[in-house]
Design a protein around this ligand. Structure first.
Ligand code: GLN
Length: 216
């Protein structure tokens, strides 16, 4: 199986190492030609505004949009989840005042940095559909505020999710951190707010590979 990792920025090496453990032929995608022949692609965590700028600068944005529209299976973690969202509730603006763009593919609206900044990172155990209990680390993580009819919710934050720090930078719109959508699937697209690659978690990548094979 030939699996790409979008390699313009972020946790590229960590995802590549996990895919390699699964025996995949791993391609670090930095050029449009490297998308051809992929069976699937991972968009890592990092910073979605930087990924947006770099994918456009490297002429990757349009070919990636086309590939996603053409059915390429993609797993996006954290910033990758933002890149897969059709809509961003609170997009960053560049110096010209233009909002950040995403690649899209999943009919959902995401909110960035919903749970706060780096120092407010937290770990909880999620009840993840078809996977089970998953320890999940949220680092400046987004959440899905709204999802379309074709989108399956795979995990929500538990009822004991930590409350927002009153002096923190968490989005004031997110008053209740419990029951928030943090993992979704839409066809062959999978997205999680958290980073399985930092906790030694392999089951999310396993799920993605089973999705590609048509076994999940
Ligand atoms: N907040 C980041 C963004 O907007 C995502 C954080 C992450 O990937 N850890 O892209």
């Amino acid at each position: 199986m030939r699996l790409g990792v979008l390699a313009v920025q972020g946790d590229v090496r960590e995802h590549a190492a996990i895919l390699d453990e699964f025996g995949a032929d791993v391609v670090l995608v930095r050029r449009p030609g490297e998308i051809d022949g992929l069976d699937g692609l991972v968009i890592p965590g990092g910073e979605s505004t930087t990924m947006d700028k770099l994918t456009r600068a490297f002429d990757l944005a349009e070919p990636l949009r086309d590939a996603i529209a053409g059915g390429l299976p993609v797993y996006g973690s954290c910033a990758g989840m933002i890149m897969l969202a059709d809509r961003v509730a609170d997009p960053a603006l560049d110096r010209q005042g233009d909002p950040q763009r995403t690649l899209g593919g999943i009919d959902m609206t995401v909110r960035r940095n919903a749970f706060g900044r780096q120092r407010e990172s937290f770990e909880v155990t999620l009840d993840f559909t078809d996977v089970g209990d998953v320890p999940a680390v949220f680092i400046r993580a987004p959440l899905a505020e709204q999802v379309g009819d074709g989108v399956e919710v795979l995990a929500r934050t538990p009822s004991d999710a930590p409350a927002q720090h009153p002096d923190g930078d968490a989005d004031p719109e997110v008053r209740d951190t419990a029951g928030r959508i943090v993992a979704v699937r839409s066809g062959k697209l999978l997205a999680t707010s958290f980073h399985p690659e930092v906790t030694g978690e392999r089951r999310i990548h396993d799920l993605f590979i089973r999705m590609i094979r048509g076994e999940a």
